[in-house]
Each structure stands twice: as C-alpha cells, then as structure tokens.
Design a protein around this ligand. Structure first.
Ligand SMILES: Nc1nc2c(c(=O)[nH]1)N[C@H]1C(S)=C(S)[C@@H](COP(=O)(O)OP(=O)(O)OC[C@H]3O[C@@H](n4cnc5c(=O)[nH]c(N)nc54)[C@H](O)[C@@H]3O)O[C@H]1N2
Ligand SMILES: Nc1nc2c(c(=O)[nH]1)N[C@H]1C(S)=C(S)[C@@H](COP(=O)(O)OP(=O)(O)OC[C@H]3O[C@@H](n4cnc5c(=O)[nH]c(N)nc54)[C@H](O)[C@@H]3O)O[C@H]1N2
Ligand code: SF4
Ligand SMILES: [Mo]
Length: 669
C-alpha cells in the first residue's frame, strides 16, 4: 500500500478530521490533513499528526501478555484466547454472565468498535456501563428540553450576528470551529467567550466573561431576567411552541441580579449586554462540555437552552444551542451490529460509579473485567478507589495498544491494532456530520490483532461463532444498512472517502420537537418518569460554599481538570517528553495567598488523594481556580483523578469531574 492515501482521524474529538497518510516500504511515514475534506480542509492538529508515532512507536504492545507473580510474560494467542474463553465459559455455567464487566470508553470512533457490544450481548449479556464521563448531563438535559440533542451544521455560523462560546475551549479542543471563529470575526460577528479561564479562545473574543466555575446557570437566569425586562423575548415562539413558560418566569423571580452578581462574579451590565445580544437574533451558542461536569450540570445546560429558546434563537439559521449532534450517531444501524435482543441477562453500573459497583456487587460478584477503548485507571474519577476495585477482581483483561496504567493492572493484555492497520469508517456526534473512510494501510506490528479478530476467536470458543461469521465488509455494510437509501454504502465510501450524513443543517426549523408535548419544554414532561418534577431550579455545584461550607474551610480552591492541548486524554503523554510532569495552574489570588511563584513545587490534596507538581500562575483566571490538565500517566506523576469525585451529575449519569475542591501547600525542598 505504498503511496499517499486518504484516511480518518479515529480519536475521540469534535473534529473527526480527514487525513492524508503517506506509506513507504510498508510503514506509515507521514500524516497530513486531507485537503479535500469539506470540513477539516487539510488542517489537522498535533495529536492527529502523532498517529504516526503512535503507530510506529517502539512501545507498542506486540504480543499477548499474562501476569505471573506480578510480572508480565509473553504467551501465545492460542493460550490467551483459550484461557480467557475457558474462564468466561466457567462464569456462564457456575455464576451468571453478568459476573463479567465490560469497562470501556469511546477512544476509537470507528463503526466497528461497536462490535464489542455484539460480543457481550451474544455471550448472554454482561454488566454494562451507563452514563458518560464526557457529556452525559448535557445530552440528557437537551433531550428533556428539545427531545434530542442536535447541533447546527458548522457553516451555519456564517449566518450568525453574534456567537457565544459558553464553556468550550475551542482553540484547544475544536480547531476547525476556531478557524470559523476567526473568519466570522473578520466579517463583523460579535464573539463572546464565557469561561473561568482566560484561554486562547477568549484571547480572540470581543468580550471575555469570567465566571465562577459551576455557576453558568445563574448567569443564564440573569440574562433571561434582563431579556424579559427589556421585552426582547420572542413572544410568538414562546406562545406557540413552548411548554412551561410560567414555571421559568416564576423561577426568575426567586433571585435578584445582585445575588447573581455575587454568585457568578459577573457584573449586571454584562448580563444586560448579553440580553441585548440574544435579543438581536440570530445569535449562535456553542456549549462546551466543561461546564456540565458538575452536580448541577444538567440544570446549567437546561437554563442556557431556555435562554436560547426564550430569545427565539431555536430553529433559525445562525442560531441554536449547539452541544452535541446525536443526528450523526443515530444515522447508523447500530442494533443490527450489536444485537441487543441476544442478551438474556443484564445489569448496569454507571460509568462514574463503576468502582463502587465492582466492590459492592453480589449476585453475582464481578469475576472478570474486560476493558476496551478506555483507560479507566487514569480517566475515571476517584482513581484510588478505581484501582482498588480493579485489584479486587480475579481476572482483568485489557485490549490495548500501549502499556497504560489500566493495562499494568491487567492479568491479560491483548495487543490491538491502530487506525491504519484495519479498515473502518469513522464518525463522531460532536461537531460535523461527515463520515470518513479509513483503509487498512499497513500490517500490524508483532502479533497485534484487530478487535474484530479477537471477538471472532473468543466467540468461536464460546459457542457463538456464527454471530461473528461475517467479513469486515459485511459488518460495515450491516452498520450502513439504513444509509443505503441515501447512497451511503461501503463501496461509495471507499470511492468518495468522506460523505455527508443525511442530517438537518438547521435542526428544529419546523418547530416540531421530539418531547412529549411536541413543544420546546421549559418544564420537562419526561422527567417524572425519572421521579423528577422537570422544573428548572436554582442549583449549585456539590462542592461549593453554599452546599458544603465545611469542606470549603478545609479545601478552599476549585480544581478544573481540562483536556490537554497536545494529548487526546492519556493517549500522547508517553510520546511527548515535555508533557511528562504535572503542571499546576493557579489563579493569581491563590499565588498571593499562598506566596507562590512560577516554578514552586506544591502538593495538591483533598480527602480523596494527593499529587505534587510545579506551579504556573494563570494571570486572568477566575479567583480561587486551579487547573491541572487531565490524562497524566502514573509513571509521570499520576492521574489528576486521584482528586476528583465519582458523584454523578443531576442528569444523564454524567460526571462531576470539575466539581472538586482542593487545597495546596508549598513543598519546601
Ligand atoms: N486537545 C484536545 N482536544 C480534545 C480532547 C483532548 O483530550 N485534547 N478531547 C476531546 C473530547 S473527548 C471532548 S469531550 C472535548 C471537550 O471539549 P471542551 O468542552 O472544549 O473541553 P473541556 O476541556 O472539557 O472543557 C473546556 C472548557 O470548559 C471550561 N469550564 C470548566 N468549568 C466551567 C464552568 O463552570 N463554566 C464555564 N463557562 N466554563 C467552564 C474550561 O475552563 C475549559 O475552557 O474535547 C475533545 N477535543
Ligand atoms: N479529570 C478528568 N478526567 C476526565 C476528563 C476530564 O476532563 N477531566 N474527561 C473525560 C472525557 S470527556 C472522556 S471522553 C474520557 C476519555 O477516557 P478514555 O477514553 O478512557 O481515555 P483515553 O486516554 O483516550 O484512553 C483510551 C485508551 O484506549 C486505547 N485505544 C485506542 N483505540 C483503541 C481500540 O481500537 N481498541 C482498544 N481496545 N483500545 C483502544 C488507547 O490506547 C488508550 O489507552 O476521559 C474522561 N476523564
Ligand atoms: S485529534 Fe481532532 S483535531 Fe486533531 S487531527 Fe484528530 S480529529 Fe483532527
Ligand atoms: Mo469526551
């Protein structure tokens, strides 16, 4: 396959870029952007370029490994598969299939990564994870409000008069949106960034609004109060297409602007100014994921949705409450791929509480954990408990490309392929609606195997080989079944390389919402099914002055743990030496209070754990705010998740990763 080929970035990212991959002598030697990709237009980030290093790294896992007396030894695939299948067969007869836990995340956006679920369903149904570390709260919030979580097409931004980036670190995490932000600014669009950290996106904004972490819902309330006072709401939309306006109006009266100023740190003039911006349609809002990783995260997203709706910015070009875009994932025939009807037993733990689930499970106890596409020992909150939980289980099997913290904790490590070693198609429900083709370009190193091969081998040994008796092409065609009528087939994708899925560029333009009332719901009518009244509330983070004053005395600072610039979560740290230490970014007031300067070594701690690292002062960050980028490996100082809480958010079993109080102290050396 020597030559230059079009492929796709598989990383869990907003952008799902098209790639141009150069292969020489059977090796990937260079990765650039696919110039013809309509969204990503030849531009890619360092994480994408480094897929070359990830593929060729001398640290790749090459052989199946088994732990004996605490040391990994190389074993054959035969032995690994026989032993794992034997243990699974024994669990199925002596216990229940739900004694197996499938722990995973979404590290590979390939369609066939869904086949793991087919395997576990055909086995009989295992303990599965529900909820999401990533976007759970916001997705359910939008599902309550609109009936689904849809975004506008990227190019619709050119129809906006004003763009609000609310809690998304665009310059770092969503580079193609960043390009558009720079372009619309040139054409006179107002750009506002609302964030506790004065990040690179804020640096290009017309106005930066610094907000206390976790308090965005209150800001939205303040802006709605001003919107109504100024008479800038969209009466026609409210009267004809919404439900529950009286409830939100009543809520707005329960708090004053002065109180909101105090809670958010945002001046009332800014709220008035934002109300005028929202009233001067079309105003587009991009919601980030950071601000919903709090105990009140769902309520926060719903209050921002309410502001977007009340101001008449729903269903119009240049508007929208853009969070995720589930239209994309919903385009594929996932049930045909995953066969949920084959499950005869089921049990769920939430993503957040998987450790607690493992430690407390009875009938059956967890006997085996199989990890795919995830690194829970660095990425799941409350790492010390996650570690303990994994150690308590008889057999841990990790399918991996590298010896991560999670792989280190395994009894069996099975080496898997990377993106360029297998054919798949790639999509993400985060930003744009293109699906990209990714061919197999090089042979896997050593004995690394595609997940599909591993599932097929195990399925045969466990007596359901016929459920995997399909070729890769046939599986891809299965997942594309529903798209055939739109001309999107494997053949067409092989030819075209990237194709636009049949999604709406301006969702909700017919004002027919997928809620029980068919309207936009300020008060959710599906909430009662979950034992909730569905009304918007005044809600606070769980680790804050109002909800936990005792904790604030001990741990006065708020810790954010945002996504790293140069790594996708934990996936690049081992390849970039300069990332292999812990940087603790603190707001100026903390530096003054603790007499710290750049370069000081500090200990950061709470009741859950501690880390040490080097101080860097963030000049314009909100007061009492600290950030440590997530994703760090144990051997380079440890995951910041030793400090974070496994509490769930108010909606969607989401995470509360940023709802975290800490203290710091200087280490005198
Ligand atoms: N470079 C890079 N890019 C990535 C990733 C990566 O690991 N590295 N990961 C990808 C994935 S999986 C995801 S989910 C996305 C996430 O994309 P983003 O949502 O952009 O990123 P986060 O790091 O989750 O959170 C980002 C922003 O939220 C702000 N924030 C935190 N708390 C609050 C708050 O209470 N209010 C407000 N207004 N802002 C707040 C932070 O200061 C930060 O600027 O990024 C994707 N892109
Ligand atoms: N403190 C804190 N923690 C966070 C976050 C945060 O903002 N702060 N963000 C959260 C978010 S948004 C997310 S999405 C999660 C991400 O959590 P994870 O997805 O667990 O994080 P990654 O570091 O991307 O680890 C994925 C692992 O999967 C492996 N992998 C890649 N492709 C494949 C494949 O095809 N098969 C198999 N078997 N393995 C593969 C990679 O080598 C890598 O080690 O982290 C969450 N954790
Ligand atoms: S990590 Fe994201 S921005 Fe970077 S190349 Fe991959 S898809 Fe594109
Ligand atoms: Mo994520």
């Amino acid at each position: 396959m020597d030559g230059v080929h079009i492929s796709s970035c598989p990383l869990n990212c907003w952008d799902t870029c098209g790639l141009k991959v150069t292969v020489e002598h059977g090796k990937v030697v260079k990765i650039d952007g696919d110039d013809e990709h309509p969204i990503t237009k030849g531009k890619i980030c360092g994480r994408g370029r480094m897929l070359e290093a990830r593929t060729n790294s001398s640290e790749r896992l090459l052989y199946p490994l088994k732990k004996r007396n605490g040391q990994f030894v190389r074993i054959s695939w035969e032995q690994a598969l026989d032993e794992i299948a034997e243990k699974m067969a024994e669990i199925r007869t002596k216990s229940k299939t739900t004694a197996v836990l499938h722990s995973h995340d979404y590290a590979n956006s390939g369609l066939l990564s869904n086949l793991a679920r087919r395997f576990f369903n055909c086995y009989g149904g295992v303990t599965e994870l529900t909820g999401s570390l990533c976007w759970g709260a916001g997705i359910e919030a939008q599902t309550w409000d609109f009936g689904n979580a849809y975004s506008h097409a990227p190019e619709d931004i050119y129809h906006s008069k004003h763009v609000i980036i609310w809690g998304r670190n665009v310059a770092r995490t969503n580079m193609h949106l960043f390009q558009h932000l720079k372009a619309v600014k040139k054409q006179g669009t107002t750009l506002v960034v609302i964030d506790p950290i004065y990040n690179q996106t804020a640096q290009i904004a017309d106005k930066y609004v610094s907000i206390a972490p976790g308090m965005d819902g209150f800001l939205a309330i303040g802006v709605m109060k001003e919107l109504l006072r100024l008479g800038l709401e969209d009466r026609f939309f409210i009267e004809n297409y919404t439900f529950g306006f009286v409830d939100i109006k009543a809520l707005l009266k329960t708090i004053t602007l002065e109180e909101i100023e105090r809670l958010t740190g945002v001046e009332r003039e800014t709220m008035t100014w934002l109300a005028r911006l929202y009233g001067d349609r079309p105003t587009m809002t991009y919601l980030g994921l950071g601000m919903q990783r709090y105990a009140n995260g769902g309520n926060t997203i719903r209050l921002i949705d309410a502001l977007v709706a009340m101001s008449g910015n729903v269903g119009i070009p240049g508007g929208g409450a853009n969070f995720g875009n589930l239209q994309v994932g919903q385009s594929f025939s996932l049930e045909e791929l995953t066969l949920p009807e084959r499950k005869t037993a089921s049990r769920t733990f939430t993503m957040m509480k998987q450790a607690e689930g493992i430690l407390q499970a009875t009938d059956p106890e967890i006997k085996m954990i199989i990890v795919t596409c995830g690194n829970p020992l660095t990425q799941v909150p409350n790492t010390n408990v996650v570690k303990k939980a994994f150690q308590s289980v008889e057999t841990v099997v990790v399918l991996e490309q590298f010896m991560t913290d999670t792989a280190e904790a395994a009894d069996y490590v099975l080496p898997t392929t990377t993106v360029f070693e297998e054919e798949d198609i790639y999509y993400s429900s985060m930003y744009h609606a293109y699906v990209n083709y990714g061919p197999a370009l090089v042979a896997p190193p050593g004995k690394a195997k595609p997940e599909l091969w591993i599932w097929t081998q195990l399925a045969e040994r466990l007596g359901f080989g016929k459920d995997f008796a399909f070729s890769r092409e046939e599986f891809l065609a299965m997942g594309l079944r529903g798209l055939e009528k739109h001309g999107i087939t494997l053949e067409a994708l092989r030819q075209e390389k990237r194709m636009l899925l049949p999604v709406k560029a301006v969702p909700w333009s017919d004002y027919r919402f997928q809620t029980p009332s068919g309207k936009y719901e300020f008060t959710s009518l599906v909430a009662p099914q979950k034992g909730r009244d569905g009304k918007l509330r005044l809600a606070y983070p769980s680790e804050s002055e109002l909800t936990n004053p005792e904790m604030v005395k001990k741990y006065p600072y708020r810790l954010l743990t945002i996504h790293p610039l140069r790594s996708n979560h934990s996936q690049h740290y081992h390849l970039i030496e300069s990332l292999q230490s812990i940087k603790i970014e603190i707001s100026r007031d903390i530096a003054d209070e603790k007499r710290l300067v750049d370069g000081d070594r500090v200990r950061i701690f709470n009741d859950r754990g501690e880390l040490s690292g080097i101080v860097k002062i963030l000049p314009n960050a909100h007061a009492k705010t600290i950030n440590i980028d997530e994703g760090q490996w144990g051997k380079f100082g440890g995951s910041v998740n030793v400090l974070t809480s496994d509490r769930e958010s108010d909606n969607g079993q989401g995470s509360t990763l940023y709802d975290c109080l800490v203290n710091i102290e200087k280490i005198n050396e």
